[in-house]
Design a protein around this ligand. Structure first.
Ligand code: TMP
Length: 224
């Protein structure tokens, strides 16, 4: 069973994934939590290239690197775990590629769809939580997280290569996510990322129980 989390940077995905994993563990269900890009050594190396490289990178190269990282993670960990009926929680999956490289960078969406199919080996998540946040709020969070002033020198940016893409880019990414939510109501759930950590966690566990009856049956305790 595959559950994915999506949202622009600083939307609080990692915290919610950690809490969901703990919740499942406390209910007798082991879950594997992995991040994209990354999760296995080769994909982590590709992650470094994608986020830390100071070289100029074309958007097609970027698309193929994110996809290469995904193909490796799916082949080595995700697919075998799904075959053993394990629960996998992914911090980003191909919806990130559609939102960032498709809507954000402007690569043709049919091309994105075809590449996503190849890289994910045809796997589709059963449930996707989209944590919605305005790019302006994300930027504020990012800076306060790192206790940084909102202004900094030209060569001292605390942001990674993707985060340095600017507010307009993030507005397009957010629009992409919103469109994905509308087009895929069977698997997407949109939540307001500005809510408290506890409220979000409660909504996530409630939704999971409603939408995934097979997983609900495996939980030791009653759903909230
Ligand atoms: P994160 O793991 O801290 O969220 O950072 C990953 C960054 O990579 C984030 O800015 C989103 C971006 N990204 C893409 O642009 N396309 C993708 O397919 C994926 C998985 C991530």
């Amino acid at each position: 069973m595959l559950i994915t989390f999506e949202g622009i940077d600083a939307s609080g995905k990692s915290t919610q994934i950690r809490l969901l994993k703990q919740y499942l563990h406390a209910n007798g269900v082991e879950a594997l939590a992995l991040r994209e890009p990354g999760g296995v050594p080769l994909s982590e190396q590709i992650r470094t290239m994608l986020l830390e490289s100071k070289e100029e990178m074309g958007s097609v190269t970027e698309l193929l690197l994110f996809s290469a990282s995904r193909a490796e993670l799916v082949r080595t960990l995700v697919l075998p775990a799904l075959e053993q009926h394990k629960v996998i929680i992914l911090d980003r999956f191909y919806d990130s590629t559609t939102a960032y490289q498709g809507y954000g960078r402007g690569i043709d969406l049919n091309t994105i769809c075809a590449v996503n199919q190849i890289a994910s080996l045809g796997i589709e998540p059963q449930l996707t939580f989209y944590l919605d946040l305005l790019p302006e709020d994300a930027m504020m969070r990012k800076f306060s997280e790192k206790s940084l002033p909102l202004s900094f020198g030209k060569n001292e940016t605390p942001l990674d290569r993707m985060e340095s893409s600017g507010l307009e880019f993030y507005r397009r990414v957010r629009h992409g996510y919103k469109t994905l939510v509308q087009e895929n109501p069977h698997r997407f759930v949109e939540l307001d990322a500005l809510q408290s950590i506890n409220d979000l966690h409660r909504q996530i566990t409630e939704t999971m129980c409603q939408r995934l009856p097979k997983l609900r049956e495996r939980l030791l305790h009653k759903c909230p």
